[in-house]
Design a protein around this ligand. Sequence first.
Ligand code: ADP
Length: 608
Amino acid sequence: MSNFSVEPAQYRKASPLQLLKNIWGYDGFRPIQEESINAILGKQDSLIVLPTGGGKSLCFQIPALLMDGMAVVLSPLISLMKDQVDGLKEMGVEAASLNSSLDWDETRETLDRVRAGRIKILYIAPERLRHQKTLELLKQARVTFFVIDEAHCISHWGHDFREDYRQLGSVKSLFPDASIHAFTATATQEVQKDILDQLQLTDPVVRIAPIDRENLTYRILPRDSASKQVLYLLEQHAREAGIIYCIRRDDVEKISLELNRAGHKNVPYHAGLPDEVRRKHQELFSQEKVNLVVATVAFGMGIDRSNIRFVIHTAMPKNIEHYQQETGRAGRDGLPAACTLLYSGADYRTWETILGDSPQKEVMMEKLNAFYRFCTEPQCRHKAFSSYFGQTYPKDNCDACDYCLKEMEMVEEPLIAAQKILSCVWRVNQRFGADHVANVLAGQTNENIVRWEHDKLSTFGIMPDSAKSTIRSLIEQLVGQNYLRRDPEYSTLVITSLGQSALKGKSTPVLAKPLAKEKKKAVEKERRQRQEQSWGPMDQELFAKLREKRMELAMQKSVPAFIIFGDKSLKEMAVRKPKTVEAFAQIYGVGERKCAEYAEIFLSVIRG
Ligand code: ADP
């Protein structure tokens, strides 16, 4: 790791934009970044909501370099701290962290450097603030401002409440001269208010960036066989990096094994694995030695790998906030990435059981319901996302979800389809589950149907043209849109008051059905063509060579590959093929420091 050769005094004379260009090698700010930097420079408390990949780190790292004293970043994740500190050091910035993973010598060295005023950015875990010694250290050091990362963790209304965050409420009174800046990727309006109250921010600047990530394409499909569907998706993402999320540890093990057997090399990750195995698997993925991880939600926080091209959920996550965070890990480099969710009504039950008697159950169930509606209502996914977070989506067609890409076919007469299903539920006396009802409607006999004489019902076989899987999907959509509900104890389908009103023809659901095979093929072909176009006239062979070189350097330095350069930078090199150091300096993500260190190395690959 290189030592700190760039003198901080040099930075202080620069403007934020100059630092962005010279140190980070970027051309301009993204939405909200400049405003949040100015709030810190103006010593005004702030709350900044920027989606994952939106570029939060820069917002506090730049002011930290421009101001006297030290910035303290409270962050819940050790692995994230490590990556950020490594990244900063790589750019020549004096940064360090204090957390439980360091040994005594490392800790002492950091403490000495803090006392000597040699650190510009110190990352610490929130629980450290419980220790008097840490508070004394920070009192002695000149802390200019505090950053509360993942600030939503302070709120009970949030999806990730952490007890250790509660004590952050006292930072304001303990350090009255330092300003406080809360950052999060996800916060509903309720959570935003809670953050402001609990941190006791004074007259704060509040800026909420558009939650939408336009480079992510969302697809939500009913699940019939997770393994088969995942295998199918992996074929479309050959050699790309991706995360496959499952709810349960058992599912992680099972799918991971199946994929490895099918030749898709991957590592599993869940909280049941020993610490060192988890660490190793995370490292293999971060360092790009493995491209696939099959994981529970335990995986992901602190994963900065910027070239994740797809995220697959094999089941419904428990709320929209989690989904936003988990899918947000894809495409941080700004290039297109795909997010596919496979859901089934059974997932709802699974979560209900997992939540058990948790004191948070009521809030959680409400969020789960909102997610279920999100899955089952055919509509623009980007729009639905934005409106959940209280934002208006500006476009009529996002061109980046299954609905807008016309990968779903709308049911032409949704009221009639709904009435057929609802009357069947009525005829079986609201005492049977979705599978049985679908069998009756499709006209499929089995032992149960004969025993209950449901083959004699007027609704038996009234949807002969629809596959059973389609009928199942329509039933889920009716549940999601509250025309039907499931009895919590027996999972039997029950008609709601909205369902009654549909039976009378007074309200109509929005229903979609899966595309027929030929149509699906045509849509996929078009999609592939588009994807290829988005990569432009890139020299694929050169790109592969640049990646190899990056990997070699990353291994030498024991840092993740993206810390050397992101895919977007390599892609630009492979398109523009710079021949001189000056031209190399113009590439996205090439700051002065990286130019000095890497220009010749990468130029020789390009020339070769
Ligand atoms: P977040 O913490 O909000 O998820 P990061 O701070 O990790 O996001 O930033 C995501 C990626 O975007 C990083 O590779 C970062 O260097 C890059 N980035 C941030 N700001 C800009 C910018 N203004 N222009 C180009 N790239 C940027």
